[in-house]
Design a protein around this ligand. Structure first.
Ligand SMILES: [Zn+2]
Length: 122
């Protein structure tokens, strides 16, 4: 199970520690960002904005070397190479939100996957 990695925020009741790659842009924080930019935080905008902010933040972190995100990303790439597969686990996939089931595309894990695949192609 070494190639199944939790990438979400801390869930103490499940004994899960926060991943260095957890999305810091919570729904609450994302609403604040939208409001600060005079954008009405309608429900459909919040999750995509959170993901866009996450992607931008991860990209910036990966452009530098000395940070926990970069280290964790290298660790994940090495696991993927060693096992030939890697499962990224987050608590949001499969949950119901606004009447639909969330998929990998709704989750920051999809963005992590994209960066890992890019790394593996190099
Ligand atoms: Zn998620």
């Amino acid at each position: 199970m070494e190639n199944i990695v939790y990438v979400g925020r801390a869930i103490p009741r499940m004994g899960l520690e926060a991943s260095p790659l957890a999305n810091p842009y919570t729904i609450k924080k994302t609403k604040e960002i939208l409001e600060r930019n005079d954008i009405s935080p309608v429900e459909e905008l919040i999750r995509p904005t959170s993901l866009r902010a996450y992607e931008w933040g991860l990209q910036s972190a990966l452009e530098q070397c000395d940070n926990v995100q970069h280290q964790e990303m290298n660790r994940l790439v090495n696991i993927a190479i060693k096992h030939g597969s890697l499962g990224l686990v987050c608590c949001c996939v499969g949950k119901e939100e606004d009447g639909r089931i969330l998929t990998e595309d709704d989750c920051h894990a999809g963005i992590i996957k994209k960066f890992i695949l890019k790394e593996l192609k190099q």
